[in-house]
Ligand binder design. Structure first.
Ligand SMILES: CC(C)(COP(=O)(O)OP(=O)(O)OC[C@H]1O[C@@H](n2cnc3c(N)ncnc32)[C@H](O)[C@@H]1OP(=O)(O)O)[C@@H](O)C(=O)NCCC(=O)NCCS
Length: 164
C-alpha cells in the first residue's frame, strides 16, 4: 500500500482509499466540483472497481483531497480520472503530492488526463508537473466547454518497460 507524508504540510498522509471512505469522498467531491461532481454511483465505482488507483489525502483523520486513475495496461497508460483538494487546503502542495502518488501507484510509462480549458489552477498544476497538451476534445463537458487532453511520460517507468 502506498503511504507518504507530505513534505509541505506537516501531518498530511497520502494513502489508499476504500469503500469505507464513501461519505467523506462525497463531501470532498462537493467541495471541489460544482456541476462536474460525480454521482453516488460513480463514487461507489471509483472506490470499488478493479484496475483503479484511488488515493486520499488525510489531515487529522479527515479526508481533504482525493485522486483516482484508470490503469489501462493495454495502452501502457494511466488516466487520471479525478483529482481534488478541498478549498481550505489548497496551495499547500497536497494536489502535487496526490498527483505524484497517483503516477507512482498506477506505475504506467505514460499518464494522461483531461481538464476544462478554463481551469487555470489545474492546468498550472499539471504543467508544473511536466504534462503537455496533445489533444483538444470539443464540447466534451455538458455545458459545451472544450477539454484539453494532457499527457506525461514517466522516464523511470519507460526504462522499466524497455528493459523488461
Ligand atoms: C487543481 C487542484 C487539485 C490543485 O490542488 P492544490 O493542492 O492547490 O495544488 P498544489 O498546492 O500542489 O499546487 C501546485 C502548483 O500548482 C499551481 N497551482 C495550483 N493552484 C493554483 C491556482 N489557484 N492558481 C495558479 N496556479 C495554481 C501552482 O504552480 C502551484 O504551485 P505554487 O503554490 O508553489 O505556486 C485544486 O485547485 C482543486 O482541487 N481544484 C478543484 C478541483 C479541480 O479542478 N480538479 C482538477 C480537475 S481536472
Amino acid at each position: 500500500m502506498l503511504n507518504e507524508t507530505s513534505q509541505n504540510v506537516p501531518g498530511v498522509e497520502i494513502t489508499a482509499a476504500t469503500w469505507r471512505d464513501l461519505n467523506e469522498l462525497r463531501a470532498v467531491e462537493h467541495d471541489c466540483f460544482d456541476h462536474d461532481a460525480w454521482s453516488l454511483i460513480d463514487l461507489i465505482g471509483v472506490l470499488t472497481l478493479p484496475g483503479t488507483s484511488r488515493l486520499k489525502a488525510v489531515v487529522n483523520g479527515r479526508m481533504v483531497g482525493f485522486a483516482a486513475g484508470d490503469i489501462r495496461k493495454d495502452e501502457a497508460t494511466g488516466w487520471i480520472s479525478t483529482i481534488g483538494v478541498i478549498g481550505a487546503y489548497r496551495r499547500l502542495g497536497i494536489g502535487s503530492r496526490l498527483l505524484n502518488a497517483s503516477e507512482k501507484d498506477m506505475a504506467m510509462p505514460r499518464v494522461c488526463l483531461c481538464v476544462r480549458k478554463s481551469n487555470q489552477p489545474a492546468i498550472q498544476l499539471y504543467t508544473r508537473h511536466g504534462y503537455h497538451v496533445f489533444d483538444h476534445w470539443e464540447r466534451y463537458y455538458e455545458d459545451g466547454e472544450e477539454a484539453l487532453v494532457m499527457e506525461k511520460y514517466l522516464r523511470s517507468q519507460r526504462i522499466k518497460i524497455e528493459t523488461a
